[in-house]
Design a protein around this ligand. Structure first.
Ligand SMILES: Cc1cc2nc3c(=O)[nH]c(=O)nc-3n(C[C@H](O)[C@H](O)[C@H](O)COP(=O)(O)OP(=O)(O)OC[C@H]3O[C@@H](n4cnc5c(N)ncnc54)[C@H](O)[C@@H]3O)c2cc1C
Length: 293
């Protein structure tokens, strides 16, 4: 089997375990500066699937592609530490405030710039927007087949990939020709840990925006000049030759009007045991209130 070129779509997301009252801006977009961030969990599963293919087919190349603010370069470093070969950062203020339509357009432009490729792997969904639309939209825009909810790659042949999909009531085995886009389900294997050697090798890797920051240590600038593998490529609107009417807020028909935090009060909650009487009572109540049935 020939080596494959794989692109992993990975997003830096707010750590939803620590969301405070100022998590959203008045315009309904995420106030990213106020939130600590993590590698989107499903995207770590996608990275593992890619690295597993690399283990099975030597010479396979794994590239992480992310769109986000300058800080999202953490995602690329994290990918390097776990075994990715390359990383590309799409960053420009004009990409900010994107909905899924604008995000998938922008990622599609980045993927086209990275072509040729055999596989694009992404998470099933991101934990901040939770739409699960970006992967499928990218496939549509690239005009390539898509396989969603994948939990295992069963076989890699020269002309097709065979994958197992996780469905609500079982699994489904499907095949697709290359190139194709796969979204990865959280039931697939956990991502491998960082490797100490790779952390040592890539911990100084920086984008040009990071290197131009006033607070950057001179050591990072010197090392990035000496060792070019440390330079994380960063693409802006012009690099992608992107249509400015299709990116960022301007290219986003979706507007999040308000976010409500629902906190149940004591009289709105009910404690039930797993006894037949309690469960029967609950079902009757749900039917009476037309919640079900
Ligand atoms: C509360 C809330 C509600 C929202 N509702 C909507 C809505 O109804 N409609 C809408 O269009 N937008 C909505 N958005 C905006 C949406 O979150 C962003 O557009 C986001 O950039 C992409 O959508 P997602 O997070 O849902 O990604 P998903 O479609 O859930 O992501 C799937 C996969 O695509 C890849 N991916 C996604 N974003 C990136 C990225 N920036 N870089 C690299 N890979 C990426 C990852 O592999 C990810 O696992 C909402 C945002 C918030 C905070």
């Amino acid at each position: 089997m020939r080596p494959l070129k794989i692109i992993v779509l990975a997003k830096q997301v707010p750590d939803t375990r620590h969301v405070g009252p100022d998590a959203m801006k008045p315009d309904g977009t995420v106030n990213r500066v106020k939130l600590s961030t993590v590698f989107n969990p499903d995207d770590l599963h996608a990275l593992e699937l890619a690295l597993n293919i690399k283990d099975r087919i030597p010479g396979t190349e794994v590239t992480i592609l992310t769109m986000g603010p300058p800080k999202a370069a953490d995602i690329i470093r994290e990918g390097y530490y776990r075994g990715a070969d390359k990383g590309v950062m799409i960053s420009d203020r004009r990409f900010g405030g994107a909905d899924t339509l604008a995000t998938s357009y922008t990622l599609m432009k980045g993927i086209e710039k990275l072509a040729p490729y055999d596989l694009i792997l992404g998470g099933r969904q991101a934990i901040d927007g939770d739409t699960a639309q970006v992967g499928p939209q990218c496939a549509e825009k690239l005009n390539i087949p898509q396989v969603t909810y994948v939990e295992e790659i069963l076989e890699l042949k020269d002309t097709e990939i065979i994958a197992k999909r996780r469905l609500e009531k079982g699994t489904e085995t499907v095949s697709s020709p290359y190139p194709c886009l796969i979204t990865v389900h959280g039931s697939s294997p956990e991502c491998r840990r960082r490797q100490a050697k790779k952390v040592m090798k890539f911990k100084y890797a920086r984008t040009k925006t990071e290197l131009s920051s006033r607070s950057i240590d001179e050591l990072f600038i010197r090392l990035n000049k000496e060792k070019t593998y440390l330079n994380i490529p960063e693409w802006n609107v012009e690099d992608l030759n992107a249509d400015t009417t299709r990116i960022g807020l301007a290219g986003s028909p979706t507007k999040v009007k308000s976010i409500n935090s629902i906190v149940l009060t004591a009289n709105e909650t009910k404690h039930l045991t797993d006894s037949d009487t309690d469960i029967e009572g609950m079902i009757k109540e749900l039917i009476i209130h037309h919640t079900i049935g």
